[in-house]
Every structure is written in C-alpha cells, then in structure tokens.
Design a protein around this ligand. Structure first.
Ligand code: TRP
Length: 320
C-alpha cells in the first residue's frame, strides 16, 4: 500500500522547536544549522568558489604548501577523521600526502549532510583506491561520540573555519569534548580565519553575485518547504556586518517592510516591522591570542601554526 508523507513530518522536531523559539525571541534569530539542507549545502559549495570568499582557497593553499609538514608533525600510521567534512574537497591534499607515507588509510568524514558526504565518497574513492572512506552522518555532538569508537592513532580535522560559527564559550565546550574523545598521541588540526580588515571581510560575506544572499535566504525557503510557511524571500534583505569589538561577522535577514508571516505547522503568526532583523549567523575571526586561549582552556597544547603569506587564515596543530 502506498503511503504519502504528511507535510508536517518533513520538518524534524528539532527544526520545529528551534524555529518556534527563535522567531518568538527578541531579537529574532534562527540557528545556522538550518542553512545546510540539500539546497543550502549546494549554495555553500558555490560560496567556497567565489572570488570574494578567500577562506576556502586560502586554507587550501596552506594545505598545498604544508601538508607534508603537517603530517610529519602529526605522527605516523594515521586514521583520518574530518568533523563537518562537507564534500571534503580540501582533504584531498592531505590524503595524497598521507598515502605517500602509508600504503593504506582509513578516512571517516563526518557531516550532517548525506548528499555532501556522498560526493566526498565518490570523489575521494575514485581518486584514491588505497583509501577506505567510511562516511558518518551526524551533527557535532554525534560526530564527537563517533570519534570514541574509531580505533588507531587519529588525525582529527576541524577545518573550514567552522569553529568561527560557535560562540567562544561553546567552542571551548566543543573542543573539550573532542579532546576527551582522543587518546594520547592523537593530533588535532584546527582551521580558523584570522581577524582582518572589514574591506576584505564584508565582501566575503556579501558577494557581488548574490550567492551568499541566496544562501542566507534559503533558510526562509526551507521553512516554506518544511513548515509550510509563507515567507516571501524577496521581502528580506541579506545583511553582513563586521563587529570589531566581538571580532565577528554578523549575518542577518532584514525585513524590507512591515509584514506578517504564517507558519501553519507551528500554528504561529510572526510579525516583522520594516528593518527588523533575524540573526542567522556569527562568524568569529580569531587572533593568535584567541586561538591559544580556546585551545589552552580545552586542554590542548598548540604545537604549530601554518598560515598563508598574508596571514589571512591559520591552520593549527594541537595535541591532547
Ligand atoms: N563557516 C562559514 C563561515 O563562517 C559559513 C558561511 C560562509 C556563512 N558564508 C556565510 C554563514 C554566509 C552565513 C552566511 O565563513
């Protein structure tokens, strides 16, 4: 017998309760994990290739220059794990170098997006026959738990500046959990974007083509799809601000007019005044002092930092 899925089962309880509490708070906010459904993950991939979004290519160039040194410092006979792997496109460089040092390797990419992981499996599996790719679909909490069950000496990657999307106290809690799931000798590579001029930072989060705006607005489209909401994405504007005191980029969706949105599955009406914002993301930009502080507070020892020539981005090797 064919059964069709009722619409209200499209959204998870987590989505429903996060949206309910976020849109009834003042100021309004939505959690940034809502960005990464299939459409959002595809848009984010597109962001990483934009000329203004220096982060991905700068971090990749650091791996290209220093992958050998990084692996040398990390140790031998490594199992590679990547938290928030996405399509793991930057990991290729490390894998290639790793497979010059050991005949075979295991790679556990961990991500919330099954479609991104599938892409990682396809790409890396094809490119490296000596690599066994074991994808794990999990959020950070589940991903850190999965770390416990992975045997052998690990090199855990947490790159792509995802750490920047946590509040500083959350970052420390998260790094502490990672550290507790590692064993003596395991290594941890952290990629973090450095604080820099607003002239560089703002376009990276507000590109000329409008891909970042589309990525931000996809949250509204997602609420329409999954909660039956009637957001008009064109009635909102993408806003990216540099908050220098807090050393973070702030991302908002700003209502262009006074309007009301209905979310039938939450039985909820939300009113917006003209100019009212929904806070969707913070992206913290680290100084060396901040990196040292969060690693120290979470019980890691910072062993080495690699950076690009302009010092725009840093990759940090730490040990428990
Ligand atoms: N981790 C990415 C970052 O902070 C995510 C990101 C890139 C992002 N562009 C964005 C998040 C725009 C929200 C809006 O750099």
């Amino acid at each position: 017998m064919a059964t069709s899925k009722p619409l209200q089962f499209l959204a998870s309880d987590a989505t429903a309760s996060a949206v309910r509490s976020g849109l009834s708070s003042t100021p309004k906010r939505l959690p940034s994990w809502l960005f990464y459904d299939e459409a959002g993950s595809a848009l984010f991939e597109q962001i990483t290739t934009l000329p203004e979004y220096y982060l991905t290519r700068t971090e990749r160039s650091i791996f290209e220059s220093f992958a050998g040194e990084m692996l040398e410092a990390a140790g031998s006979d490594l199992t590679l794990v990547e938290l928030g792997a996405g399509t793991a496109s930057k990991t290729c460089v490390l894998v290639e170098e790793l497979l010059q040092r050991q005949k075979r390797a295991l790679f556990y990419p961990i991500d919330v997006s099954p479609s991104a992981l599938q892409e990682a499996v396809n790409q890396l599996g094809r490119q490296f026959p000596q690599l066994r790719v074991n994808p794990i679909v999990a959020d950070y909490t589940g991903g850190v738990e999965a770390l416990n069950r992975i045997l052998g000496r690990k090199l855990v990657l947490y790159i792509g500046s995802s750490i920047g999307n946590f509040e500083p106290d959350e970052s420390v809690r998260m790094l502490r959990r990672i550290r507790r799931s590692l064993r003596a000798g395991d290594a941890f590579l952290l990629g973090a974007d450095f604080a820099k001029s607003a002239k560089i930072l703002i376009p990276a989060y507000d590109d000329a083509e409008g891909v970042t705006a589309a990525f931000n607005k996809n949250i509204l489209a997602r609420l329409n799809r999954e909660l039956g909401a009637d957001f008009d994405p064109d009635a909102f504007r993408h806003v990216a601000l540099w908050n220098r005191q807090c050393s973070r980029m702030e991302i908002y969706l700003e209502s262009l007019c006074e309007q009301r949105v209905f979310l039938p599955m939450l039985d909820m009406d939300v009113s917006f005044s003209a100019g009212e914002r929904i806070h969707t993301e913070n992206s913290y930009k680290y100084t060396m002092d901040m990196v040292e502080a969060i690693l120290r507070e979470s019980g890691f020892k910072l062993e080495h930092t690699w950076t690009d020539r302009q010092k725009w981005f840093g990759v940090h090797l730490a040990r428990a």
